[in-house]
Write a new protein. Sequence first.
Length: 590
Amino acid sequence: MNAELFPTLPDAALEPLARWLSRTVAAEYPEGQSRECMRLSVALASTLHELGHTCVDVEKFARRAFPGDDIFEACGMADIPSVTLPPADVWRETLLSSGACDPFPKDDSALPLQYHSEPGGSFKFALTRFALREHDIARRLAEIATDNPVAKSGLRHGDLNDEQNAAAEWAVANRLTIITGGPGTGKTTTVAGIISLLAVDNPSVTVRMAAPSGNAATRMSESLRASKLIPPDFAVEDASTIHRLLGIAGEGRAPARNKSNPIAADAVVIDEASMISAELMQLLLDALAPDSKLVLLGDRHQLKSVEPGNILGAICRDAIANPEVSRFGKSVHELRKTYRFRSDEGVGLLAMAVVGNEAVAAIECLRNAAPPLQWSPSWSPSMDGPALFERLFGDLRTASYDDPSAAIAVFEKARILCSQNGGPFGCDALNIACASWLSKNADNPCDPQPIIILENDYDLRLFNGDTGVVMNSATNPAERVAFFRPENTADGECRSFAVGALPAHAPAYAITIHKSQGSEYSRLAVIIPPYKTRVLTRSLLYTAVTRFREAGGGCGILVAASESMLRSAIANDPELHYDSLFPVALRSLS
């Protein structure tokens, strides 16, 4: 066999974890083709896992440069010398003959890799740890879904529509319910109906609610507290982050809630479930009590988790495509009637065209746009940026140190969403430009500036994605204080911290579309660069435009994107980017 088919990968080409893992695994195999094949394969699987993949599609990466190919730019290694990955047939046969692979799924596997081969089609392999995690999640969700299923509970709520009542009836009678739907389809309203029906049967029922981000948890709490469907004498507990629900006290620490100490609840409700990674989903299932109900809410068309795993989307696709065969066919309930947008005009029409892969309809919608929707096909940060900054954040001039909640409320209504951080159309550049414009054109001694937290701080209870406002102290202008919304939506007291005590944070006039998931804005700008990027996909554009929520005067959404980039994004199916064995695991259970 040609020795060049499996070239030696230089250590400098890999991040430390991939370097150590690939060398450790490869050392178990004889020197030569098998060893170099294992080193390349494990290094690639580890590197791709950091980019959101849970397996490697051999046909997709055969003969590509690793790690110099464009897909690896996110690792910051574009200038590192790369090697060429082998042809698919040689790669596949070498792996199979190496004795390093078990067929997926094999729960008692002691080998480093598992593989799945489609008849006459693709060959995929994954690190065994990640392959078995996906199989475990699929198996355990299927067990919950088929745990004495009942067709209907016999209970209906008069304030829910037929779609919502069908989901609520199922949730009251069964252990697993997955409710998916676009913005404004009433997912949270359906949860309020579920709680109400559960309370009819058991007034002391315990419902715990959580979401992946603090913003999503707060929004869920506020919506349920305002709901008229829940009995006034029923105490609705505030939603928390999933990390807090599980009792995770720090990065890398084991959760307090697990199989031997499960979450004390009759029902666990998780919002924005499309954002849950495979690792977090497995921890959640570990902590679910044997008789607890699990209700997952989310939009199957939204972006997947930034970490590996696309659990909600895969289950919904499996159930909706094969309702009579899928283990989840009856557990998944899709809400289609929207109350936020009209599906035949404006933002609603645009969102449906995007998610439906209908570029012509989307462009036509933007050409005929009327307030609150606006399209700018040739938006320029230098020429058009100041007017946008003024429109979105001009009201921060009235912010007062004595009323931080009002400043936060002003800021939480408005946002610039970008596809990425870098570049002239990215968050970093727009945040600098926006801050500069406001500082030169605003006379406010407290100098309010919005920020976003970039890493978890379990002691301060500040988490990645939390947003707040930094202002000068009224008594000491040299002292900067950061204010955040209260943990408990009922007490109304903002939390405050000295800026120097905060974990890593950044300005937040502009944030990435990924960071915006779970949030809503009545003044919104979506900025798409005039050049192709790997992250620009259909689900990214859909997620961005559906962050808009119409709320009275002054609201509006600007889509700043060229026609060619809109067409490119709509045609770019995100499912072609992230490889996973989870759909295979689902099919193995059917």
